[in-house]
Write a protein that binds this ligand. Structure first.
Ligand SMILES: Nc1nc2c(c(=O)[nH]1)N[C@H]1C(S)=C(S)[C@@H](COP(=O)(O)OP(=O)(O)OC[C@H]3O[C@@H](n4cnc5c(=O)[nH]c(N)nc54)[C@H](O)[C@@H]3O)O[C@H]1N2
Ligand SMILES: Nc1nc2c(c(=O)[nH]1)N[C@H]1C(S)=C(S)[C@@H](COP(=O)(O)OP(=O)(O)OC[C@H]3O[C@@H](n4cnc5c(=O)[nH]c(N)nc54)[C@H](O)[C@@H]3O)O[C@H]1N2
Ligand SMILES: [Mo]
Length: 806
């Protein structure tokens, strides 16, 4: 059993290349996943664990948010799901001895791969001010440190609470309650860097910040446009759904600057046909678009449809447009004014091809557009997604079978976290319901999103940072700025399963609270607890880990948050379910969150005692079903929650556009919008860099050193560049260069950032476009370069130049 952690960081001198693959998954994927699983878990635990992924009585795969098909295969096999599971179910451990042996400086000198490979965290640890090493601390003392620091902030808005997307509904719901009980809406989350642009565009145009399709719709669609997404790596189970759609006669158009293997061909390891006959061709058409050209592509489709309507009639769904939409005339005028030659320039696609794509959309009886980070992480992502919606509205492709919008979410419960209240700009109805349920008054002022939180930390306006999962330091843009910002915070607290860079780049003091993951058995109050998650398509189901946890000392996320609530707000047994007395006074208006004296338990006793949430925190910690009862009473759509998740059942949250073509927008209609065309302009001698994922990573967690489908092995510091650019700019393939990003501030001045030693790889990408892996390239993404409206960092559109190394 080879379960030793690696001794070395990634040695980039061993990097070598092979031909990029044209087929995804197949037998090599199975073998690679089993290898990683065996390394981390040994054979028996691997088999035991992998058999339980996404089974009805098993745990929800921590890999991605793609839904389970109803008829599940025994091992719903997905290579990267298996790697995600192996990473968590590893038998390697990071305990007090590890921290005694490694100073924080030492940890900081290692890469994300090395850190993650060390294993699961087993003990609460604290880094005292000025200390070189973390030391073990008891749970009680650790939680006291956290509560005391929260009590010491001058104003609740000096505290920031980040959430990553693996946190269960139950833990997330309690966590947002804790945060609002403290008195702030500072709840930045990974969504701010991920699908926020989708949420912004969809809420505004169709009245819900989520997709409108089910897995059956994917199977039934006549046409699927998959844009800005690499499902072969990041949502491998989606390939089975696309395969099914193809078998039913559906067509797929892939829109991407890179010819990603999973978009081309898929060998399903679940079927003999997949393995023996070379698999299924996925994309009927591959559109190698210029990065950032998607708004132009969708405008071209819209323009084509409207021209065809004018000429032939019968193209657009006039009844749907009249009954359910607004803004059509303004959109039609905008498209009439759109200029084909500019659409060609922006996309890099000839007009004849743009028209062919338009024709494919015209003849499609039902169309779905799927997308991920290639569409959400640009400056003009929100207008781009509005134009996606426009095209679908033209043919009434929302709220009927086989049609709709499908933003493919990343983290396995990122959508659920938002549903249960992880949001810095909460809706008034949600806060009112929360206040009623817990007899207090939540703060109304909006909080910081991720980028705003970093700015506040940088400017010394934050004294306390807590991360519920995730790896804030590595995942966020502008690494150097973030690292300096973290150092200004008095206390940084991380609830984590595994070691990562955020434990090494800390505030003046730091606490690590180790926690259970999805795969771990969670016994509280003498019973095995389960949690719930919501997938990318709004379906909620239970998840229960079965493996022995890495240490008896671990608390679940729910238990950690419930205990903190108990310390901060006081246990209030009279507030047990059903016996609530309404002490809060809604007439009083906004609460005063003034200075809080540091106190022992409960910390808030000295201030407005009436204005803290009231619940029996201890009871919630020992019976998660009680949390679900609270969720049911606060959030519409969770009626009869407990019953509807029994026996592995799944239920759908209500979705107005999907269920009844009801659009909760400002005017109650689905809204056409007229968006002036935007696309990146790349200055002479520069490239537009997208920062993306390799096949062997999960965000900042690096599973291995290969990107098998792209033919890159044993290294990560590569920059993929078109051969023509390599030559034109005076470089050579294989040359080691520095990447320098150039950010033009609104006042016209230019800021530079540098990432050193990347090997140039000649690759099929449009002229002017380049690609390199995140998180290594986050140093290049300027903090202030964010998408309009959504505030998402522009991780797919960074202007860079290559520099020879001296
Ligand atoms: N194994 C694995 N699974 C994961 C993750 C992981 O890291 N590893 N991460 C999870 C998370 S949090 C997320 S959000 C998702 C991410 O899933 P993806 O969005 O698929 O991830 P990225 O690697 O960022 O890939 C972006 C894709 O968009 C393309 N692209 C870039 N710019 C443009 C553009 O301007 N236009 C178009 N049309 N395409 C463009 C890129 O070439 C690439 O294929 O995956 C989730 N699942
Ligand atoms: N340049 C660039 N930057 C990006 C992106 C990009 O494409 N390019 N993508 C962005 C996107 S889409 C996202 S979603 C973010 C991701 O940002 P994050 O979600 O913050 O990052 P992850 O790497 O997923 O977090 C990994 C850590 O989560 C912890 N963890 C794992 N499972 C659990 C659990 O069950 N509970 C708890 N408490 N902790 C757990 C482990 O300690 C692990 O080290 O990054 C963003 N940053
Ligand atoms: Mo994400």
């Amino acid at each position: 059993m080879a379960t030793k952690p690696p001794k070395h960081d990634i040695d980039e001198t061993r990097l070598h290349l092979s031909r990029p693959k044209k087929v995804a998954v197949g037998v090599p994927a199975v073998l690679h996943a089993l290898q990683i699983a065996n390394d981390q878990m040994g054979v028996t635990r691997s088999v035991q664990t992998l058999m339980r992924v996404n089974q009805k009585d098993g745990f929800d795969c921590p890999g991605c948010a793609w839904p389970e098909e109803d008829k599940r295969h025994l091992a719903e096999f997905c290579e990267n799901g298996a790697k995600a599971v192996a990473e968590e179910a590893t038998v390697r451990r990071v305990g007090p001895e590890f921290f005694a042996a490694h100073s924080v400086d030492d940890l900081r000198a290692h890469d994300d791969w090395w850190l993650g490979q060390q294993g699961r965290l087993t003990h609460p640890m604290i880094l005292d001010e000025g200390a070189t090493h973390y030391r073990p601390i008891s749970w009680d003392d650790a939680l006291k440190v956290v509560a005391d620091e929260l009590g010491a902030v001058d104003h609740p808005d000096e505290a920031v609470f980040y959430t990553s997307g693996r946190t269960s509904n139950e833990a997330a719901f309690l966590y947002q309650l804790l945060v609002r009980g403290v008195g702030t809406n500072n709840l930045p989350d990974c969504s701010n860097m991920c699908h926020e642009s989708s949420g912004s565009a969809l809420t505004e145009t169709i009245g819900i910040g989520k997709g409108t399709v089910s897995i059956e719709d994917i199977h039934e669609a006549d046409l699927l446009i998959v844009a800005g997404q690499n499902p072969g790596t990041n949502h491998p189970r989606m390939l089975s759904a696309l395969e099914k759609a193809k078998q039913r006669g559906g067509r797929v158009i892939a829109v991407n600057p890179l010819p990603e293997a999973g978009l081309m061909r898929f060998e399903n390891p679940q079927t003999a046909r997949g393995v023996a006959f070379g698999g299924t061709k996925i994309a009927d058409r591959f559109v190698q678009i210029r990065a950032g050209g998607d708004q132009a592509l969708f405008q071209a489709i819209g323009k084509y449809l409207l021209e065809a309507e004018e000429r032939d009639g019968g193209v657009i769904d006039r009844a749907f447009i009249a009954e359910h939409t607004s803004g059509f005339d303004a959109y039609r005028r905008e498209m009439a004014d759109a200029d084909w030659s500019e659409l060609v320039t922006a996309t890099g696609i000839p007009e004849t091809i743009l028209r062919e794509i338009g024709e494919e959309v015209r003849v499609s009886k039902s169309t779905i557009v799927c997308w991920a980070m290639g569409l959400t992480q640009h400056k003009h992502s929100v207008p781009t997604l509005r134009d996606v919606v426009n095209v679908l509205l033209l043919q009434g492709n929302i709220g009927r079978a086989g049609a709709g919008v499908c933003p493919v979410r990343g983290h396995s419960n990122v959508q659920g976290d938002r549903t249960v209240g992880i949001y810095e700009k909460p809706a008034e109805e949600f806060l009112e319901a929360l206040d009623r349920e817990f007899s207090f008054t939540s703060p109304r002022a909006h909080g910081f999103d991720t980028v705003e939180a970093i700015r506040a930390m940088r400017d010394g306006r934050v004294r306390f940072f807590m991360g519920m999962g995730g790896n804030f330091v590595s995942a966020t843009p502008d690494t150097a700025v973030v690292e300096a910002a973290m150092a200004r915070v008095d206390l940084t607290v991380h609830v984590s399963t595994k070691l990562n860079r955020s434990h090494a780049v800390t505030g003046r003091r730091a606490v690590i609270l180790p926690t259970l993951g999805r795969t771990d058995r969670d016994r509280r109050g003498g019973a095995e607890q389960r949690v719930t998650v919501e997938d990318s398509m709004g379906a909620v189901h239970a998840s229960r880990g079965r493996l022995a946890p890495p240490s008896e000392d671990l608390l679940s996320e729910v238990a950690i948050v419930a205990r903190l609530c108990g310390r901060l707000f006081g246990d209030d047994h009279s507030q047990a379910m059903g016996t609530r007395s309404h002490r809060g006074d809604p007439e009083r208006g906004l609460p005063e969150h003034g200075a809080i004296e540091p106190h022992d338990e409960p910390v808030h006793a000295s201030r407005d005692r009436a204005n803290v949430p009231h619940a029996d925190w201890h009871a919630l910690e020992t019976d998660y079903a009680l949390i679900r009862t609270h969720i049911e009473r606060v959030i519409p759509g969770f009626e009869d929650f407990e019953n509807r998740i029994q026996k592995g059942r799944t239920f759908f949250l209500p979705n107005g556009p999907r269920d009844e073509r009801r659009f909760a927008t400002v005017d109650g209609k689905a809204r056409f919008t007229a968006n002036p065309l935007e696309y990146p302009t790349i200055p002479e001698g520069r490239l537009l860099l997208q920062t993306l994922r390799s096949h062997d990573q999960y965000n900042t967690t690096i599973y291995g050193k290969d990107d098998r489908y792209r033919g890159i092995h044993d290294g990560r510091r590569v920059v993929l560049v078109n051969v023509e650019d390599i030559r034109r700019l005076g470089f050579a393939a294989d040359e080691i260069v520095d990447l320098v990003s150039e950010w033009t501030r609104p006042d016209g001045s230019v800021e530079e950032r540098r990432a050193e030693q990347f090997r140039i790889v000649a690759y099929s990408t449009p002229v002017g476009n380049a690609a390199a892996y995140y998180p290594e390239t986050n140093v290049l993404v300027p903090l202030d370069s964010v998408a309009d409206v959504s505030g998402t960092p522009t991780s797919k559109g960074v202007i860079v130049r290559l520099e020879h190394r001296r």
